[in-house]
Design a protein around this ligand. Sequence first.
Ligand SMILES: [Zn+2]
Ligand SMILES: [Zn+2]
Length: 392
Amino acid sequence: MSSHQNSAAAEKPPILWLNLSVFAITFLVAAIGVPWYGFTHGFSTGLIVGLIATIGFAGISITAGYHRLWAHRTYDAHWSLRILFALGGALAVQNSALHWSSDHREHHKHVDDNDKDPYSAKRGFWYSHIGWMLREYQASRYTNYDNVKDIQKDPIVMWQHRNYLTLTLLTTFGWPVALGLMLGDVWGAIILVGFARLVINHHTTFFINSLAHIWGKQTYTDRNTARDNGVLAFLTFGEGYHNYHHIFSADYRNGIRWWQFDPTKWLIRACSWVGLTRNLKRTNGYQVEKARLEMQFKKATAKAEVSCETTMAKLHDEFDVMVAKLREYYQVRKQLLDIKTKALVDSVHVPTLAELQAKADAMREVFVAHKREFHQLLQRTIQGNMQGTQSV
Ligand SMILES: [Zn+2]
Ligand SMILES: [Zn+2]
């Protein structure tokens, strides 16, 4: 046991009874109330639709609002959208956007540091999932919001922060009661859309701090515990591509491939078409591809335990050539995109367009050929290395 664990076990901070009560009561009411009410009264289709819509609204207010808008400033949003996110965030009962963003910026800055990361995954599943909110762990760490000075300029953030408790009570009780009155089943709505919905919203978001740091692939970096996981992306409105997110946190996307499930990204993009969101930030494709190739290289050589220095030097040289070709391809691609935008804005025909397109296609082929050659070389080295190891 480490000295840190020893001291933590010796003097655990006091329990936060309010947090513990909220989590325990909502969980118990949902776990007992839903099956009991379902068997004795049944839930109408309207209530089930209400449940799904409310999970979606509160969940996406956290992912698109709290997380990608306020904590990371990956895009700008119209005030109407910000008000919706502020209300949805209160409905999700995860503290104010200001407090949430402050914690989250600490998480990114000190990821996996057991003393500084508020929900360090290295302290285990339970701690990173919910344990960090059950005791007064934060009391000694910080008492101000210095790391979120920028979003303090947003009057909607400050309005929500000042009125957080009122907004939370109004939305979490007011909405299920209003829905119940509309559908003629107030108790059914309170149990399903009030309690069960909150438990689902809580734990799906908490999975991002716990499971998304434990289960999945390290596609782009192994410098922290964050993982990419398609199953978690499905449960967390696209936040499961957490390995990508930790290395490129200024990007409004988490799932960058078209087939990756990231409804938060789709919403932010769709809103940009009607002017509700602006300045969507994306990471340069070259940086993304380079990080991915570096990880593949690292994993392959670590698995085969390539110990020969000459072989490693050769592999590194070939890797550098491949990355140089990748950079050339992305440079031409950027020129092409710039000129395409110019042609669109000026409504004039740009004669160099076709020429550049052909050049970009050729550069891509060169890169792909180098990539193929590099992978073959890597494969041959690994096989040779393994045979060598086996014969020893
Ligand atoms: Zn983040
Ligand atoms: Zn994380």
